[in-house]
Design a protein around this ligand. Structure first.
Ligand code: PLP
Length: 220
């Protein structure tokens, strides 16, 4: 009987992979910023046509760190139609998720319903590009600009997606990717933060490498 899989990960040639593993064994660098780590960040930037990438061990950690790097607090307007990690990242940072309704046609956050949910406690909008379909970034950006809100895109499903000949990972203040085995591009487990802002990239890498916990992560 032929089995039909919901998803199957793409895997590299095992011998080729083992050859590369030998180089890691020889270098004895298996933690922060080894040569492969740096090469992977560089080649991903080129392939995705984005200026900066910080690698993480999964997309969930990338989301958690993204919120801390932007010092997001209070309430964040997000979508209920996502994998639970989107809401978990807010909850684990002591932030209240405010769920906005979605579009019927693409299951993405409905930008026309965001404004009524904004309160004095709102600090950011966290949309998801569901199944890799780009959100209406122009409408979302306009609202964020008017109310002074940050935008964190959960782009876990959106590896390599472009709109108007530009990577959608360049939208908002930052985007996160997941490289989980179920995703278009996988590293077995893995994730990343993409931002155009060099200073923010420095803060993200600081948080990643030194992991300090500050006021933003105290639960209310
Ligand atoms: C929309 C969305 N956000 C975040 C994540 C979390 O990614 P990870 O499994 O790499 O932690 C996923 C994973 O399925 C996801 O689908």
């Amino acid at each position: 009987m032929n089995k039909i899989y919901v998803t199957q990960p793409s895997l590299p040639d095992l011998e080729e992979y083992t050859e590369l593993l030998k180089q890691i064994w020889e270098s004895k660098i298996i933690a922060n910023n080894g040569n492969f780590h740096k090469q992977f960040e560089k080649e991903l930037c080129e392939f995705l046509r984005v200026p900066n990438i910080s690698l993480f061990s999964n997309g969930t950690l990338a989301l958690i760190t993204a919120l801390q790097a932007l010092r997001i607090t209070g309430e964040v307007i997000t979508t209920p139609y996502s994998f639970v990690a989107t809401t978990h990242a807010l909850h684990w940072n002591g932030i209240k998720p405010i769920f906005c309704d979605i579009n019927q046609h693409d299951c993405n956050i409905n930008p026309d319903k965001i404004e009524t949910l904004i309160t004095p406690k709102t600090t950011a909008i966290m949309p998801v590009h569901v199944y890799g379909t780009p959100c209406d970034n122009e409408k979302i950006q306009k609202i964020a600009d008017i109310y002074g809100l940050k935008i964190i895109y959960d782009a876990a499903h959106a590896f390599g997606v472009e709109k108007n000949n530009e990577s959608i990972l360049n939208y908002g203040d930052l985007s996160i990717l997941s490289f989980h085995a179920t995703k278009t591009f996988n590293t077995v487990e893995g994730g990343a933060i993409i931002t155009k802002d060099e200073k923010l990239k420095t803060r993200i890498d600081y948080l990643k490498n030194f992991g300090f916990v500050d006021e933003t992560v105290k639960t209310k």
